[in-house]
Design a protein around this ligand. Sequence first.
Ligand SMILES: [Zn+2]
Length: 201
Amino acid sequence: MARSAAGPEIERLIQLLARLPGLGPRSARRAALHLVKKKDELLAPLSQAMAVAAETVVVCSTCGNVDTRDPCTICSDPRRDQSTIIVVEDVADLWALERAGAINARYHVLGGALSPLDGVGPDELAIDKLVRRVAAGGIGEVILAVNATVEGQTTAHYIMDRLVGSGVKVTRLAHGVPIGGELDYLDEGTLAAALRSRAPF
Ligand SMILES: [Zn+2]
């Protein structure tokens, strides 16, 4: 067995930190050392904040967002546009769109994208729930803000088919040149998509 430099409590902390996205064993060890060195300023308040989060975090039964209340802060905000639903694959995408702050709508988190090879079919995603939300009325537009991947686009087409005849406008994000992007550096797929979705000047 490999020798360990710390007691089992700290080893456990390292093992758990190593399971976080973006942290490998090395950076987990570094993070753990930083935490134990800053016991009062960091470790204690962090563990307290985590305990509170573990107690209170729930999944919104309307949109699938994670929050400490159900319905979530977004769904229960009366200032939000009630008639527009932005469909995203993951809560991370919802947070990214909120950071962009470009639109004051509500969301619907699918929980992934269709991927038959990985065994992800429509039943694994919150698609029926979306169709029911739209059927309940009051929705004018559904914006498909899924990833620009094969799986994301397959999912968008599937949802589009399911919403045909519902009377709502279904739109999707534009594909094209990123802000600050130089044409010479873009891949052919992005350039071709940008040309196809050109807009009047
Ligand atoms: Zn919600």
